[in-house]
Each structure stands twice: as C-alpha cells, then as structure tokens.
Design a protein around this ligand. Structure first.
Ligand code: 13P
Ligand code: 13P
Ligand code: MG
Ligand code: MG
Length: 365
C-alpha cells in the first residue's frame, strides 16, 4: 500500500513567551484533524509540539503537496491562531505570513516535510521536531546517519545500504539543488553541507533503488527581497531498519549536542539538546535549542505510536553536556561565535546604528 506521511508545522503563538504551547491549542488541532479522519481525508493523525511549534503529523493517500491536505493544515493553524489571539499568547499567528491560502502552504510560513512510500512489511519511522534553530541543524545528524560508518554500522555490514545514499542539497541563497553520491563524493559534499546555514540537506534517497530515506522541512526557505525568510524551527522524517539505518543508528548522532544557529532571538549559536516530549520547553535564554524524536510504526497508514525516543537515560550525558556547553557559550555574551555573524542574525540593529554613526567612520590613513 502507498501511503503519504505529511508533517506540517507552524508557530501559532507561544505560552509563555516563546517557551511552549498552551494545551488548548493542541486540543483544537486534534479536534480539527479528528474531523478530517472521520470524513475520510486522513487515515490517521497525531499532534505534538516542540517548544512553541505545533506539529501536525498526518497519513493519507493523496501524495505529496496535496492541496486538500495543505488546506486542512492551514485551516487548522488558522483555528488555533484564533484561540491563541483570544488567550493573547505570544506572537499569535507568528508563522502564518499570508492572510489567504492559495493551494499550498509552501512559502506561506508553515514548514513542511512529506514523503510518499510503499509501506514495507514493517515500517518504523522517526519524526524529529525542533525549536529555536534552523533547518541547517539537520545537516550534521543526517551526515552521521547516512554518511558515517562510525555512526551507522549498517553502511559497512548491511548489503542493502552498502552502495550508499544520494544527498540532495539546497543552496538557500541561489535556490538551486545539487545531488551528492556518497560515499564517493563525501569530501565534495562536506565542503558544502558543513556550511549549514547556506547549504541544507533537503532529502536523502537510497542509491540501490532510489527509495526515499529522509526528508527535511527546507521548502519554505528562500531569499526574498534580500532577506532570508523561514529560517526557523524545522522538522525531519527518517525511515529506519531493513536497508535504512537501524532506529539506534538514526538516534545515535544526537548523543553529541552539536552547535546550531537559533536560540535567543534566532541570533545565537547553542547546543542542540535532545529532550523528552515533556521537557521540550526551551526557557533558559529562550533555549538552548531543543529536539524531540517521535517514533512510529506505520501499519496500513495508521500511526502506531508515538514512542518518545529521547526518553532514555542513554541521552542524559548529551543533555548534561548541552547544559555545560550552554554555560560556556552564554559567557560570550555579545561576542561571536555565540552571537551569529552580523548578516545571519534574525534581529539586528546594524542598519540603524550604522546610520546613526554615519560620518564618524574616518578613513584609516
Ligand atoms: P533485533 O535482532 O533485536 O531485531 O535487532 C536487529 C538490529 O538490527 C538492531 O540494530
Ligand atoms: P521562535 O522562533 O521559536 O518563535 O523563537 C523566537 C525567538 O525570538 C526566541 O527568542
Ligand atoms: Mg514563537
Ligand atoms: Mg519556535
């Protein structure tokens, strides 16, 4: 059976500030998707949140970029925004950039990761959802899962993975996609994907049969009128086992809380902390950046789960390390590399301050 898994997310308002999600918002989203399931539009659904980002997880048979599914997500976010406005939640409707839906949520603010696949005999899927960071945050763990044999033993010992994977990488400045074939082009790929705010891994397919393995929410990223829009709070779908990395290989990269861009005012580097659903409420300096992992078995399109995959003491060391790193990075205050380079900050006073000081900059003779 062919099934489509669509994960569509938006920040419709934070509780309190940008730290978390009000429970009534989740209830409204569940009710909206429940009606769509009863009406036959969806096979199944789930609603989760990471920090102030609401994640709609939906299965159906309409394929990727289906207008009906995108409209359902959009209408759900609009309903949630109405409640967020009533409760005066922070930044109500923050990610709904347009007043009118025009067939597809791409470019309207919400983030989207979708994949259509033939359901296997058993189909484990991990959905990662993040807050206080940008889609470039997935580059490092995706490289580890699908490119690094020290992380993924299957690249060496599973005959179905041994040929490697194709990495489709988006240049967010030029809006162009380039494909790298790993392992042969590993060194070429790393030149680009190491620059995670410029080149972002969009999807990964298995080389032996072109089967989709992973998709991230890079679609809304673009450079509009000289400004980089849609930098925030990404989701990622990864398929596991039987010719893909094992569930444990998919999770292993998050034992290292690598530094990502985001955190306070979207303008700081900080450690990417793997947390449980319950503790996905970034509060310290609006962070540090968080990631949750929801595991599902897909059965005839039904979402059997979620299992809270980071609810495991074996991620305690990563969390402790992330807290130490957060202390270390915070002490830099306004200095790089804690604060992002001037051109990468989401908030900036640079133009005004520069203007104010016009004429005070003298040529250095
Ligand atoms: P099981 O033998 O428990 O199915 O595990 C297989 C495997 O690949 C674990 O990584
Ligand atoms: P969000 O992108 O999660 O809304 O966070 C914005 C922010 O400025 C946090 O300090
Ligand atoms: Mg917010
Ligand atoms: Mg957020």
């Amino acid at each position: 059976m062919k099934v489509t898994l669509s994960v569509i997310k938006a920040d419709v308002g934070g509780y309190v500030g940008h730290s978390s999600m009000h429970p009534e918002i989740v209830d409204i989203a569940k009710e909206s998707l429940s009606l769509a399931k009863t009406g036959g539009k969806l096979i199944d659904y789930d609603v989760l949140h990471c920090g102030d980002d609401l994640d709609l997880i939906m299965t159906h048979t309409m394929g990727e970029e289906a207008g009906e599914i995108h409209k359902l997500a959009w209408d759900t976010f609009v309903k949630c925004t109405e409640k967020a406005k009533e409760l005066k939640l922070y930044g109500a409707g923050q990610d709904l950039l347009s007043d009118a839906f025009s067939g597809n949520v791409k470019g309207l603010g919400p983030g989207v990761a979708e994949m259509e696949f033939e359901e296997r005999r058993s189909d484990p899927v991990i959905i990662f959802m993040a807050d206080k960071t940008s889609p470039g945050a997935w580059n490092f763990p995706l490289y580890k899962m699908f490119g690094d044999p020290f992380n993924t033993a299957g690249l060496v010992i599973d005959p179905h993975m041994h040929d490697g994977f194709l990495f489709n990488v988006l240049d967010v400045y030029e809006n162009k996609i380039v494909t790298f074939s790993l392992p042969e082009e590993l060194y070429d790929a790393l030149v680009f994907i190491g620059a995670m705010e410029h080149y972002i891994i969009k999807s990964i397919v298995r080389k032996s049969d072109n089967e989709i393995a992973a998709v991230s929410s890079t679609q809304k990223l673009n450079f509009l009128a000289g400004k980089y829009v849609g930098k925030d709070d990404p989701v990622l779908i990864v398929r596991a086992q039987s010719g893909f990395p094992a569930v444990g290989e998919v999770l292993e990269p998050f034992t290292f809380p690598h530094l990502v861009a985001g955190w306070m005012r979207g303008s700081h580097m900080g450690p990417f902390m793997p947390v449980t659903f319950k503790t996905a409420n970034p509060s310290r300096f609006d962070g540090p950046p968080r990631v949750i992992a929801a595991g599902y078995q897909i059965a005839e399109g039904k979402l059997i789960g979620p299992r809270d995959m980071f609810d495991d003491p074996s991620f305690d060391n990563a969390r402790a390390m992330a807290n130490d790193m957060a202390d270390y990075m915070r002490r830099h205050g306004s200095f790089e590399p804690h604060r992002l380079p001037l051109e990468d900050m989401e908030y900036t006073t640079l133009p005004e301050v520069k203007k104010k000081l016009e004429g005070r900059f003298k040529t250095n003779e």
